[in-house]
Design a protein around this ligand. Sequence first.
Ligand code: ATP
Length: 494
Amino acid sequence: MVKEILIGISIALVIFAAILGIDITPIVIVGMMIFALSFLLESRGLISSSGKVVNPDTSVSFDDIGGQNTAISELKEALDFVINRDKIRKMGIRPLKGILLSGPPGTGKTLLAKAAAKYTDSSYVATSGSEFIEMYAGVGAQRVRKLFESAKALAKKEQKNSAIIFIDEIDILGAKRGTNESHHEYDQTLNQLLVEMDGIKSDNDINILVVAATNRPDMLDPALLRPGRFDRQVTVDLPDKSGRLQILKIHTRNKLLDENVNLEAIAEDTFGFSGAHLESLCNEAAILAMRDGSSKIMQKHLQEAVDKVILGEKTDKKPTEDEILRVSIHEAGHAIIGELVNPNSVATVTIVPRGKALGFVRQTEKDDTFIYTKEQLEHEIMVALGGTAAELLVLNSRSTGSANDFEQAVDIAKKIVYTGLSSLGIISKDDISGDKVNEEVNKIIKEQEEKVKELLKDKIDVLNEISSILVKEETISGEYLRRILNGETAQKAC
Ligand code: ATP
């Protein structure tokens, strides 16, 4: 867009100069030369119309991607079509034109596309859906044409007979037609992509494969998913525990680890982390080690990095003494209930302010939980309510610090209602009134609150003990917490 504005301004200046009687011949000649040069470079794929399209980085291989074994084997199976191009042509099989990678952010979709280019010895061109959306009609469609042209030009230049075009955030460019406000421009762009993909034939001299990524496959126009376009879909999920371990090993390959480091324990502690989170964790651990003046990364650096990745950097917030006491009671309440309903689940309890939180309890979650029972959901509500119940029990008042906990409890209670696990039985989400849902949610939360109060009343001494240790030590480990709950007293907290 900047380019278009500059061209407009230059033309206006030249016309203005001509009106003033200035000789504009040299300006016109120089302008034409610049235009011809940029056209030449663009047509050879050396620069792109949007300036961000070409990216010949293909140094990533499938060995650099952890925790995605299923996605990798599905992808390789599809890529073998590109590798065995001649065989496929002889058999009259139409070439594979598009592969759609779908999954949450940071799970390695871009890495997979790069590795696909290396695996198939193809040129690699990358762009993002947002690059095609401009305020001028027709610019997006033109960029799609340029993208395919530059991929072919790059492959020729690199003497390869195939090219992979990676389009990140395809949902921006390929959303269902007619859904966008300035839909004409969006639709033209998408239509051009479909035209280009339809033009891919097995006898093209350069074999083009489009690999697209999205977090929202449901948003895509059905025409894109039709056979003959993105007819292979590969799901790229969050890694499970062994996947996380693999990724941690990949990202600590170039770092010095202390011999006592237990990456398996870190993999266990990082349920729900994406590959990008784990990469950031390894990087943060190295930074913490350096700040500590240590030449090697120790377990404590990795553990602290987990908290940092979840909640952000430690902040300079200086809570008052009263606030510190309240937060310590609140976190102790969460932690005790966490251990009682889910033994061995608490990893750390801390009142060190990080990000927006004044304290938190980190729980290790069980891996690979795809379905939950009603009891498990109720337990989650109990843990969420543990903080405020402890405040009420010890300090006889509640605080605004529990707002997030209540939100969480309400969300889980709604899940119970909508999945037919509440006393309302199986209900239709569309037909039930908000008041009815609210009533049931309140009832569920009240029941759990009563249970939590009873449990904490029984443990009031332990609650006070944990709270005073937290005030002194700021952080206590899950292991130490369990020792206190079992009636053992130790000297050191962490
Ligand atoms: P987005 O949807 O946000 O574009 P993405 O799925 O394309 O994300 P990538 O860009 O591939 O994610 O990953 C970002 C970074 O996270 C990578 O450069 C890499 O360092 C790390 N990473 C992500 N997934 C993995 C993985 N499976 N194995 C190793 N590293 C990973």
